[in-house]
Design a protein. Sequence first.
Length: 144
Amino acid sequence: MEFSSEGAFVFLRVDAGEELVACLRSLASELSIETATIVSGVGMLNGARLGFFSATQDKYDETAFDGIYDLSSVHGNITRMNGKPHPHVHVTFNDSQHVTYSGHVMQATCHLTMELWLLRLDVLKLQRQAIEGRPSSRIVKLQR
């Protein structure tokens, strides 16, 4: 992975074989990013695991996608959970027949390259933590 930043803007290139969420976590650590939004992302995937959150079970049901896919869109954010970077990422991608899939990224491996633009929003202090009465510890809470 390589990146360049200027002010609030960050460009991230993920290289073949690298894992998207791990690269975002590493980027956030290296640049001390507290909060950011993923503005856009494109590229290719060499396999992915997507999750669909089951609120009744408080966990993600996962589906594996093996093979090469065209990555049309990456969106999400980076916040903090327990003091560490926590990327929350969704993707849309398609196979060679243009059948499209989308969902919450559990894991996504780069094929050839991925190019992402992020916008740092460090003035906002967002933390993920448990909120009583909510089914998931992945809820964003504003820290003022």
